[in-house]
Structure formats: structure tokens, C-alpha cells
Design a protein around this ligand. Structure first.
Ligand SMILES: [Fe+2]
Length: 163
């Protein structure tokens, strides 16, 4: 039998990848390398689709026992991240950026970076879930990854709360 996915470890590992990707985007924009910034954002879009989906379909509902209605705040924070990511990706479709546009795109990346930092805090709360709840989270996280739908595709099609 395949080893179970550790939902907290994988959750945090995704955050590290997104953190590093966003910092690389900011760096690429400083040297006006739009192609590189676009490529990294495209990869992040694919990486975080299953992550967001797992959070909204599985993790947030599980955390409702601890966080109550604050869970709704997490969903609206996702609305913000999705629109920011969409705007940033649209901006990066250009071949060259003006200083203002490069700054705008870097600010968008920073806004998402703040969310990554906030989201990682949920790991400490998840530690209070029972082992069977954690096993279920692991299965659902793996299932979201297996479906492999990017963030913006998921947001445009399956996600019910529309940003
Ligand atoms: Fe997250």
C-alpha cells in the first residue's frame, strides 16, 4: 500500500515552493525579465490549484470546529488571491513592462506572499485534529493533486464562490 500523504508536511512544503516562486518572480521583475516571471507564475498556478481546492473543500471545513465563522474569512482571502493572481498573469502576458507595470506585478506577488505566510499558520491549528481526521485530510489532498486542475481553471469552473 502506498504511504499516506502527511497533510501538514505537504501543506507546508507547498507553501515553501510558492514562497520561493513568488520571491523569484519579484527578482525577475526587478531585472525586467517578464518571460521568466510569466513562466514561474504559470508553474505556481498549476501547483496551487490542488492546494486551494483541498483547503476550501476539505481543510477549511475541518477547521471550522476550531475557527468557527473565521473560516469564511479564509475563503474571502482566497477571493483576493485569485483576483490578484489573475491580474498579475494578465499583466505578464506582455512582452515588455513599463516600470509602473513591473512594480504593479511585483506588488501583486507580494500580496500573494502575505497570504502564503498567513496560510502556513493553519498548520499549527491542524495539529489539533485527530489522527483519523488527518488521515482523511491526507487522502483528500492526494485526490485534489491527482485531479491536477490549476488555480485559475478551478476558480473559473469548479469553485462555487466566484472571485
Ligand atoms: Fe495554503
Amino acid at each position: 500500500m502506498a504511504t499516506k500523504l502527511d497533510p501538514i508536511a505537504e501543506f507546508r512544503e507547498d507553501h515553501r515552493k510558492v514562497r520561493d516562486g513568488l520571491l523569484d518572480i519579484i527578482k525577475a521583475l526587478q531585472s525586467k525579465d517578464v518571460v521568466k516571471a510569466r513562466e514561474i507564475l504559470g508553474n505556481l498556478n498549476v501547483l496551487v490549484g490542488p492546494h486551494f481546492r483541498y483547503e476550501e473543500e476539505t481543510l477549511y471545513p475541518a477547521l471550522r470546529t476550531l475557527l468557527g465563522e473565521y473560516v469564511d474569512q479564509l475563503v474571502s482571502e482566497h477571493d483576493g488571491v485569485i483576483s490578484t493572481a489573475r491580474a498579475c498573469l494578465a499583466l505578464l502576458q506582455k512582452d515588455t513592462l513599463t516600470d509602473t507595470e513591473a512594480k504593479e506585478a511585483a506588488n501583486a506577488a507580494r500580496a500573494i506572499l502575505v497570504h502564503v505566510s498567513n496560510c502556513d499558520g493553519l498548520a499549527i491549528l491542524s495539529e489539533r485534529l485527530t489522527q483519523s481526521e488527518l488521515d482523511d485530510l491526507g487522502d483528500k489532498f492526494a485526490a485534489a493533486r491527482a485531479k491536477g486542475i490549476s488555480l485559475l481553471d478551478w476558480a473559473a469552473t469548479i469553485r462555487t464562490t466566484r472571485a
